[in-house]
Design a protein around this ligand. Structure first.
Ligand code: NDP
Length: 296
């Protein structure tokens, strides 16, 4: 068997197009332009790349982008004051503080200072609680993207066995909540899980969010299963730096029913879902219907 390749790049382009269509109608019919504020503290090179990409795609879908770049030695009070201003600014519907923050800043404190209704990353404690109790939340972008791909592929996930490898607050835990919300039977595996290959072998759906290059092998995968590879790892291969996932692609693709490649799978979905979340936040703030197919 050779797996169907899940084209996250094309799917993300479609999500952005759907966002852009709704943004245009919001502007024409309501005179509202959704706005996303991104806050970057310091000069972490990877964060700079992400923030630039977010700003560019925000503008491309017709939204307003507000970028706030602060020096690495910014103190907590200054950052909290900026978040307070963004919370109060009616042009701003989404606020994202790029992580990681420099070590002297308390990320939990900073994230929890964001108005939960504008927390488009879905990391605020209120949104985590709302998601965990099955209420309307802002949902973290990467797992939301994975959910969209899975729903597109399977329609209903009800009763399917899903194994999520990884229990981070950013990916693993919210992914598990979303799959439960769609009535999958969910197992969350982590570094202390006994006999991981055997656990993975039970899964109809495997979501790998581990941060270990090519750890999940084809022999672990149940024939026909769907494999969602969240991992982004840079490794040296024959003197060249290449990007690989947490799944050993070639061996897994030989047994899986469908698989996301790295790059071009989950990666492009993350920013697309950030734009979708900003649109959703804007619609909720204005008492308008939420965009269809772009929420959990
Ligand atoms: P974290 O490092 O926060 O979490 C990794 C998880 O994997 C932990 O729960 C850890 O377990 C578990 N783990 C580590 N080693 C093993 C092992 N040998 N067996 C089983 N489980 C293990 O990572 P993130 O969740 O933030 O990210 C995971 C991956 O996804 C990374 O490659 C990251 O780059 C990528 N990523 C991609 C995004 C995208 O846009 N596509 C967005 C965010 C992340 P324990 O809790 O026991 O330590």
């Amino acid at each position: 068997m050779t797996a169907r390749i899940i084209d996250g790049k094309a799917f993300a382009a479609d999500v952005r197009a759907r966002v852009a269509t709704r943004v245009a109608s919001l502007r024409e019919e309501q005179g509202i332009t959704p706005g996303l504020a991104v806050v970057l503290v310091g000069e972490d090179p990877a964060s700079q790349v992400y923030v630039r990409a977010k700003g560019k795609q925000t503008v491309e879908v017709g939204m307003e982008s507000f970028e706030h770049r602060l020096p690495a030695d910014t103190d907590e009070a200054t950052l909290l004051a900026l978040i307070g201003r963004l919370n109060a600014d009616p042009r701003v519907h989404g606020i994202l503080v790029q992580l990681p923050l420099p070590g002297h800043l308390d990320s939990d404190l900073v994230i929890n200072a964001i108005d939960p209704a504008k927390d488009v990353d879905g990391f605020h404690i209120s949104n985590v609680g709302l998601l965990g109790t099955g209420q309307k939340a802002m949902v973290p972008c990467t797992p939301l993207g994975c959910l969209m791909l899975l729903r597109d592929l399977h329609g209903s996930l009800s009763g399917m066995n899903a194994v999520v490898i990884g229990r981070s607050n950013i990916v693993g835990k919210p992914m598990a909540q979303l799959l439960l919300g769609d009535s999958a039977t969910v197992t969350v595996a982590h570094s202390r899980t006994r006999d991981l290959p055997e656990v993975v072998r039970r899964a109809d759906i495997v979501v790998a969010a581990v941060g270990r290059p090519e750890m999940v092998r084809g022999e672990w995968i149940r024939p026909g299963a769907t494999v969602i590879d969240v991992g982004i790892n840079r490794i040296d291969r024959g003197g060249k730096t290449v990007l690989v996932g947490d799944v050993h692609y070639d061996s897994a693709a030989a047994v899986a029913g469908a698989i996301t490649p790295v790059p071009g799978g989950v990666g492009p979905m993350t920013i697309a879902c950030l734009l979708a979340n900003t649109l959703t936040a804007c619609c909720r703030a204005n008492g308008l219907p939420e965009p269809e197919g772009l929420t959990a």
